[in-house]
Design a protein around this ligand. Structure first.
Ligand SMILES: C=Cc1c(C(=O)O)[nH]c(=O)[nH]c1=O
Length: 309
């Protein structure tokens, strides 16, 4: 149909899904994603053991988006593996996001997930900005190379990576070159939140979240142009891989922009957090209206067709 998409040879009824972290920590949230008009769903990034995360308030929405320093609160990987075992893959594809606190933790989780022999798609999170003392892996190119080498060896089948935003052409070049050296990395999700931003409330003359003196990852309108640039930068540099777009989606227009930039699927974070799962029916309808108005009959005809001047 008009909104059909595919990733890793798997079919999706809609290109839309949640961004990991939103509407996906608990079974009830995942079931709400399953019942929604999203084409697929992804679990909260998981660690070896359950985590409470950072002290609250740790998420705040603003007029232009959101700021968060959740601190990787999750139920531990076995909880999400249980969900993945029970999931009906004929209904909707399921992604699992993995964000171990160390390379060893990631290998232990990937081994356990691999041994469950499930059709779940793994998105290895290389970009969590909010675990105090833990740098974002993808901002340390040596650490990223080591992680991808180990993950490729242990997982030994296609997987994807969740990348932070880059802001320098030389960094796009270097990060893409590393990813291109790992053929099992079949998709790249751009972007995670823009890390360590600061939102200030002038009435209270204060920051708005408790962890890290108010420093946190931002999403929403703030990040859309950076998200589109990262989608297009990796789309251009990694012709053998697919790109999932994430960042700044709140209407069909931004979904269409991500598709033009090269995205195969599109994730929704802040707007989903604020509107709830009903957003997917709205976004599908708005996207379909744009495609029909412009005479497109498939997403294929749009993907990567961004014109330059
Ligand atoms: C996995 C932790 C992440 C978190 C978090 O749990 O703080 N927030 C983000 O914006 N991105 C992440 O990747």
């Amino acid at each position: 149909s008009l909104l059909s998409a595919s990733l890793l040879g798997i079919d999706f009824a809609s290109p839309l899904m949640n961004a990991s972290g939103v509407c996906c920590r608990y079974n009830e949230e995942l079931d709400a994603m399953l019942a929604s008009d999203a084409g697929s769903l992804i679990t909260k990034s998981c660690t070896l053991l359950p985590r409470e995360g950072n002290p609250e308030p740790r998420y705040t929405a603003t007029a232009l988006g959101s700021i968060n320093s959740m601190g990787l609160p999750n139920e531990g990987y076995e909880y999400y593996l249980d969900y993945a075992v029970k999931h009906d893959y004929a209904k909707k594809p399921l992604f699992m996001s993995v964000a171990g606190l160390s390379l060893e933790d990631n290998m232990a989780m990937l081994t356990a997930i691999r041994e469950a022999k499930l059709p779940a798609i793994v998105e290895l999170n290389l970009s969590c900005p909010n675990v105090p003392g833990k740098p974002q892996i993808a901002y340390d190119f040596e650490a990223m190379e080591s992680m991808l080498e180990a993950a490729s060896r242990v997982w030994a089948q296609p997987f994807g990576v969740k990348m932070p935003p880059y802001f320098d052409i030389a960094h796009f070049d270097e990060a893409a070159a590393i990813l291109n050296r790992h053929p099992l990395v079949k998709f790249i999700t751009c972007i995670n939140s823009i890390g360590n931003a600061l939102v200030i409330d002038i009435e209270r003359e204060s920051v708005v979240i408790k962890p890290k003196d108010g420093f946190g990852g931002i999403g929403g309108d703030y990040v859309l142009p950076t998200a589109l640039a990262n989608v297009n930068a990796f789309f251009r540099r990694c012709p053998d891989k697919q790109v999932i777009g994430c960042g700044g989606v709140k209407s069909g227009a931004e979904v269409f922009m991500h598709l033009l930039a090269g995205a195969s699927l599109v994730q929704v974070g802040t707007a989903l957090q604020e509107e709830g799962c009903g957003i997917f029916a709205r976004l599908n309808a708005e996207l379909a209206e744009i495609l029909q108005r412009k005479g497109y009959r498939s997403l294929e005809e749009v993907r990567g067709k961004l014109r330059t001047l």
